[in-house]
Unconditional design. Structure first.
Ligand code: 13P
Length: 252
């Protein structure tokens, strides 16, 4: 199956934004999801996972978490197990986001453990990778994301348990985006690594682009080869913007 045939996934990462009142925004996303040739997902803060999952049940919008602990339970104050997200109605969890790697010093090995925990709980793991600005400027991009792929991905990745998100750290929340050629190069590199590691299944694992995706640049970014959807931060907080991005996949 060519990567272009994969069902795209447009995921909103709300980060540490959203109070109960934001359920109105979710309702608008649910209402706007019909007729899209893509899967939609919203990853709200943990406090809203259960209520959002209940509100979106039976709709075309899935709900995900933003992080999980590697263990299923135990003495880890403040942490949330993948099993708890699943129990709350989540279908997926983001792991290894650059903000977790920076704020909480998460290593590739920890990200890998979290991705394994997600699989154990029956959640899709959305594993994030991406280079820092200095690494891009130093010509290290492919070496960095190659190292992150090797270290962060568990064995046995399949399209049912794994999604990759390529998020250049310098493009997150800055309004800056890589050139189409740079996105194409990174995604082709990731695709090749997935196929080398997971065989034919590596050709079916979706690779999302993330970093300053907006309705205005979505078409250019999301029609690049091996870009199978988006991981959207700021623009996912408003239903109109999020749906404006997903509209790239509206059937004609
Ligand atoms: P922005 O879309 O706000 O740049 O954030 C991207 C991101 O980090 C999604 O996980």
């Amino acid at each position: 199956m060519a990567s272009a045939d994969l069902t795209p996934l447009v995921t909103g990462n709300w980060k540490m934004n959203g109070l109960a009142v934001a359920e109105g925004e979710l309702a608008k996303i649910v209402n706007g999801a019909a007729g899209l040739k893509a899967e939609l997902m919203v990853c709200p803060p943990a406090t809203l996972v259960a209520s959002f999952a209940a509100a979106a049940r039976g709709s075309a919008v899935a709900i995900g978490g933003q992080d999980c602990h590697a263990e299923p339970s135990g003495a880890h104050t403040g942490d949330i197990a993948a099993e708890m997200l699943k129990d709350a109605g989540a279908a997926a969890v983001i792991v290894g986001h650059s903000e977790r790697r920076t704020d909480h010093h998460e290593t590739d090995a920890q990200v890998r453990s979290k991705a394994m925990a997600a699989r154990r709980a029956g959640l899709l793991a959305i594993v994030c990778i991406g280079e820092q600005r200095a690494e891009r400027e130093g010509g290290q991009t492919l070496a960095v994301i190659g190292r992150q792929l090797d270290g962060s991905l568990p064995d046995g990745g399949t399209s049912a348990n794994l999604v990759l998100a390529y998020e250049p750290v310098w493009a997150i929340g800055t309004g800056l985006t890589p050139t189409a050629a740079d996105v194409a190069e990174a995604h082709a590199f990731i695709r090749k690594r997935l196929e080398t590691r997971f065989g034919a299944e590596g050709g079916r694992i979706r690779i999302l682009y993330g970093g300053s995706v907006k309705p205005t640049n979505a078409k250019e970014l999301l029609t690049i080869a091996n870009v199978n959807g988006a991981l959207v931060g700021g623009a996912s907080l408003k239903a109109a913007d999020f749906l404006g991005i997903a509209a790239v996949y509206r059937s004609a």
